[in-house]
Design a protein around this ligand. Sequence first.
Ligand code: NI
Length: 188
Amino acid sequence: MADIQTIFQETIKFAAEKHGSQKVKGSKIPYVVHLTNVAMEIFMAARKTHGFDLGYALQLALLHDTIEDTETTRQELELVFGKDISEGVWALTGDPKLLKEYRIPDCLAKIRRLPREVGAVKLADRITNLQAPPKSWSKSHIRDYLYDAQQILQALKGSNDFLEKRLEAKIEEYGKYLKVSRSESLKV
Ligand code: NI
C-alpha cells in the first residue's frame, strides 16, 4: 500500500486533469480548490476518528465529482483505482435519470450501504459547499439548499461524529442568509 502522500498526489493529478478548466460554481476559482477543501475536512476528521481509512476517504474526496461533472466513467475509475473507489464515487453521484427531488434521497440510500468513509465524504462535501451563497440565488433557492443539507445530516447520522457536528454548525450559520437584511427590515 502506497503512503498517504503518494495516494494524494496521484489522485489529485487524475482529478485535476479530468476537471480541466472547470470552475467552482459562480466563481473564477479552479474546481480543484473545491476538491482540496473536501480533502482537508477529511484530514481533520481522520485525526478525530478511530479506525478511519484515510487513504480510501481521501481518494473518494478528490474523485467524488468526477463521474457527475466530467467524462470519467465508473468503469474507468474501477480500472485505475479499484472497485471500492468506483462504487464509492458512484454512490456520491446524482443519477441524472431521476427527477431532481429524488436524486439526494437516492444518493443517501446508496451511501448508507457502503463503508462510513463514503458518508464522511458526503458530509465534508456539504460542509465545504455551505459558504456564502452566490448573489444570484433567491431566498427560496437558499432555503432549498439548506433543506438538502438538513436531509443529508439526518440520513448520515453515525457516519462521522466530527463532521456531523461541523455540518450542524454550518447549517446553523447558513440560516443567516435567509434572514432579511438590516436595511430591508428598517424599511418596514
Ligand atoms: Ni462536491
